[in-house]
Design a binder for this molecule. Structure first.
Ligand code: AMP
Length: 219
């Protein structure tokens, strides 16, 4: 099964993706995580995208499409994948459609997690991410048991370079302009479902689970 999680930054795509990995046994493909890993490694790709990411802008389509292709071709993705943060433009969605079609595959569900914009700045500015396992928490709404340490693996929590207010506002602007049109794009293909994203992680996961059913295509 191939799933896309759509939604603005801070909607909870990464959190839900990790739960879906547990449930479905297929990998999460997060272009954001892959790009951050490249920045951390300081390789040529990382050097190219660091400034773009810190400014809250989108990395060029050809770069993220190449990352997706490489990751999706690995053996653990043979039964499908959960896309988190990709596609983010209509161009990326068209290219993804072509790649899947060539292999006789398809997107089974596009889940758009809807959260009012005014909640997103608070969500993102308090967000902390684990350096080791990428789990997320929030300093006010879901604080870690030990300050600065991840509840899941005790790794170090850090604040992403783009989770500051100025960059958050730019990311939200970019989302509205370049990514939100995907709701219409996938709406036309009739595989889109809108998921209210304001409840608890558990409630949202329940809604998603009922939409994807038993995990089989069309279920
Ligand atoms: P994320 O972790 O998904 O919020 O992504 C963090 C940043 O990585 C974004 O603000 C972009 O700069 C870049 N990025 C991640 N995925 C994509 C994508 N599909 N297209 C373009 N840029 C991306």
């Amino acid at each position: 099964m191939n799933l896309i999680l759509l939604g603005p930054p801070g909607a909870g795509k990464g959190t839900q993706a990790k739960r879906l990995v547990q449930r479905l046994g297929i990998p999460q493909i997060s272009t954001g995580d892959m790009l951050r890993a490249a920045v951390k490694a300081g390789n040529a790709l990382g050097q190219r995208v660091k400034g773009i990411m810190e400014g809250g802008e989108l990395v060029p389509d050809d770069v993220v499409i190449a990352l997706f292709k490489e990751r999706a071709s690995q053996p653990d993705a043979r039964e499908g994948f959960i896309l988190d943060g990709f596609p983010r433009t209509v161009g990326q969605a068209q290219e993804l459609g072509k790649i899947l079609e060539e292999e006789g595959g398809q997107i089974d569900h596009v889940l758009s997690i809807d959260v009012p914009v005014e909640n997103l700045v608070t969500r993102l500015s308090g967000r902390r991410t684990c350096r080791a396992c990428q789990a997320m928490c929030h300093v006010e709404t879901s604080p870690p048991r030990r300050p600065g340490r991840c509840d899941q693996c005790d790794g170090e929590l850090y604040q992403r370079a783009d989770d500051n207010e100025e960059t958050i506002r730019e990311r939200l602007r970019v989302y509205k302009q370049q990514t939100e049109p995907l709701i219409t794009y996938y709406g036309k293909e009739e595989i889109l479902r809108r998921i209210p994203g304001s409840g608890s992680v558990e409630e949202i996961f329940k809604t998603i689970s009922s939409v994807i059913g038993n995990g089989k295509a069309g279920g």
